[in-house]
Design a protein around this ligand. Structure first.
Ligand code: CAA
Length: 392
């Protein structure tokens, strides 16, 4: 296991600082002023993603020759953190589009697949989605029931319903997992396919009504005999589950960054309020009860940031990061829940009111302990690797 002592240096480069400043300025100006209204209206603002594309963010760590901005993975993590500080729904939209939809094609796609699928994603003409989860297989992802039945001509027909699909209603391409090996019931029979959003037989089912992240889109996707050819197979046949797992190894780092952004927003709000609000003749931040709370919040956030950037630095350096990504997500998501709860406490009644964003931060934070693997699954991933045991 990598400890902090053996971690590559992750002081930000000038380029990374520039990306962070650019995204922060954009998020403060273009996103934060609308976040409450998008939350109330459950509004997915498609035009925003065209603007993010103009900034290079829809292809942030995609090579320039494939239409991307050619930035590195840590720059992308910083972008998700800053976007999530303004609106966590926007943060997850970019995170799923990039980590779970674009990067797998870059990693496992043939040159032909990369040339066909990556540029429209990198230029923001298409939004990407990742179709793994089903109603009966969330944590036990390998138990999926969707099938990819092989025809005589070597093509496949995908049938089944995928649930909790972030971006699904707006996506132009789906990384899709289905059981291609009849007779199997576990991870060993799963293949991964590239499916276009306009493929005949693919449709949006139920639109999920969520507790938070209302500016992001979450739907069921129905696959009714969707035809794909062997050319649309990503990676080797029956090796799709490994693609899902390795994709999530990286994706979890960006969910940690999303949690970090939410926690930072909640801290900033609480700290500003504590300086303004007076009780018993002084600012509430001058009372130890509030000051110590804010001090503890800052420590947790900084620790989560260190774990998150460490995991990103390992991935950037091409080193193993399964454990470190899971550690970062496990810790940062807990920090987001605790810090947003404490921010409400500092604001008191105003924290519970929709007049302030504290309650939105709290609602948005909770999902980071659930998606891209629950906190319990992160513990399982960490324990299995560290102990070398088949922990279940
Ligand atoms: N990297 C590469 N390969 C891996 C791997 C990894 N990190 N983890 C497992 N594998 C491989 C194993 O080596 C094994 O391969 P072989 O059979 O060839 O040896 C194969 O995958 C199966 O592994 P396991 O036996 O460990 O699989 P399992 O069925 O016990 O499941 C699990 C393991 C960790 C519990 C996994 O099911 C899991 O991660 N579950 C959570 C799913 C999840 O995170 N879903 C998120 C949905 S996407 C989302 O939320 C996006 C969004 O909208 C924000």
């Amino acid at each position: 296991m990598t400890t902090i002592a053996s971690t590559p240096q992750f002081a930000l480069t000038d380029d990374q600082r520039e990306v962070r400043a650019m995204v922060r300025e954009f998020a403060d100006r273009r996103i934060a002023p609308h976040a409450a209204e998008w939350d109330r209206g459950h509004t997915f603002d498609r035009s925003l993603y065209a603007e993010l594309a103009e900034l290079g963010l829809m292809g942030v760590c995609v090579p320039v020759e494939l239409g991307g901005a050619g930035m590195d993975f840590l720059s992308y993590v910083l972008a998700v953190e800053e976007l999530s500080r303004a609106d966590a729904g926007v943060g997850v939209t970019l995170a799923v589009h990039t980590s779970a939809s674009t990067l797998p094609i870059l990693h496992w796609g043939t040159e032909e697949q990369q040339a066909e699928w990556v540029p429209p994603l990198a230029r923001g003409e298409r939004i990407g989605a990742f179709a793994l989860t089903e109603s009966g297989s969330g944590s036990d992802a390998g138990a999926m029931r969707s099938t990819a039945l092989e025809g005589d001509d070597g093509s496949f027909r995908i049938s089944g319903t995928k649930q909790w699909i972030t971006n699904g209603g707006h996506a132009g391409s789906f990384i899709t997992f289905a059981r291609s090996e009849p007779g199997t019931t576990d991870a060993s029979g799963v293949s991964c396919f590239l499916v276009a959003g306009d493929a005949p037989g693919l449709s949006v089912g139920r639109v999920e009504e969520k507790m938070g992240l209302n500016s992001s889109n979450t739907v069921d996707m129905v696959y009714d005999g969707v035809a794909v050819t062997a050319r649309d197979l990503l990676g080797d046949r029956a090796k799709g589950f490994r693609i899902a797992m390795q994709t999530l190894d990286g994706g979890r780092i960006t969910i940690a960054a999303q949690a970090l952004g939410i926690a930072q927003a909640a801290f900033d709000l609480a700290a500003a309020y504590a300086a303004e609000r007076h009780t018993f003749g002084k600012a509430i931040g001058s009372h130890q009860g509030v000051a110590f709370k804010l001090a503890d919040m800052s420590v947790e956030i900084e620790a989560a940031r260190a774990l998150t950037y460490r995991a990103a630095a390992l991935k950037l350096a091409g080193q193993p990061h399964t454990v470190e990504g899971a550690q970062a997500k496990l810790f940062a998501s807990g920090v987001a829940r605790r810090v947003t709860g404490e921010a409400i406490q500092v604001l008191g009644g105003y924290g519970y009111s929709k007049e302030f964003p504290a309650e939105r931060y709290y609602r948005d934070a909770k999902i980071t302990e659930i998606y891209e693997g629950t906190s319990e699954i992160q513990r399982l991933v960490i324990a299995r690797k560290l102990l070398g045991l088949d922990v279940r």
